[in-house]
Ligand binder design. Structure first.
Ligand SMILES: [Zn+2]
Length: 216
């Protein structure tokens, strides 16, 4: 399952975790250059942390002093945390924060919002990201995973996608597929009606379908 998530939700910057699965849904990154800025920024950051926590959002505060903000941004992006809340001295003055969504890296995914009503805003954003990733995963599945009825179809599909077909669960058939195509079986617990068919490799009775794909 994790393999499937990484395959579907990942980009050059690393993981993109769906909010519902993410152990940490949001991270607060306070930004400051000196102690004076730090005390002002941390006051707001601590308040925001409590508000978001009270709203049931799983979050972390990144108040590490030994690394730069840029390092923190990359670090959390790589780990796939869906939302980053940045708070700097200017935000303290303006009563704002910057929200960065992991599924849209860079400027495009960044918005400046008021500190007022922030919990509702972040909760809404998490739902939006969840929906957007689900849509992306569904599109990916429809474009890349194909039902196969015959062994020839399987061989063709696994060249650049995932094949979904009946398998008798024997090691012989799995080995044959691997030798012929380099593809292996992937058992992913998507909703799967139990129905009977015949193994695409040997033609013997089969009670379940599996995915066949080459290793990435
Ligand atoms: Zn078989």
């Amino acid at each position: 399952m994790i393999g499937a998530i990484i395959m579907v939700h990942g980009d050059d910057q690393g993981l993109v975790l769906p909010p519902r699965l993410a152990p940490t849904q949001a991270v607060i990154v306070p930004i400051y250059k000196n102690d004076a800025e730090k005390s002002k920024v941390m006051e707001v950051a601590d308040r925001v942390f409590k508000e978001l926590k009270a709203a049931g959002i799983r979050l972390k505060m990144d108040d590490r002093d030994n690394v730069s903000s840029g390092f923190k941004f990359n670090d959390w992006e790589m780990r796939g945390v869906p939302v980053r809340v940045e708070i700097g001295p200017k935000d303290v003055e303006k009563g704002s924060v910057a929200l960065a969504r992991r599924d849209r890296p860079g400027r495009e995914g960044k918005t400046f919002v008021s500190q007022t009503g922030l919990a509702a805003n972040v909760s809404g954003l998490l739902v939006e990201i969840q929906d957007s990733l689900l849509k992306r995963a569904t599109e990916f599945r429809d474009a890349n995973i194909h039902d196969v009825q015959t062994y020839d179809e399987l061989k063709e599909v696994v060249k650049d996608g995932w094949a979904f077909g009946y398998w008798c669960e024997s090691t012989e058939c799995e080995t044959k597929v691997k030798e012929d195509t380099k593809a292996t079986t992937r058992n992913i617990p998507f909703d799967q009606p139990s129905e009977e068919g015949t193994c695409v490799v040997c033609g013997k009775p089969s009670k379940r379908k599996v995915y066949f794909a080459r290793a990435y």
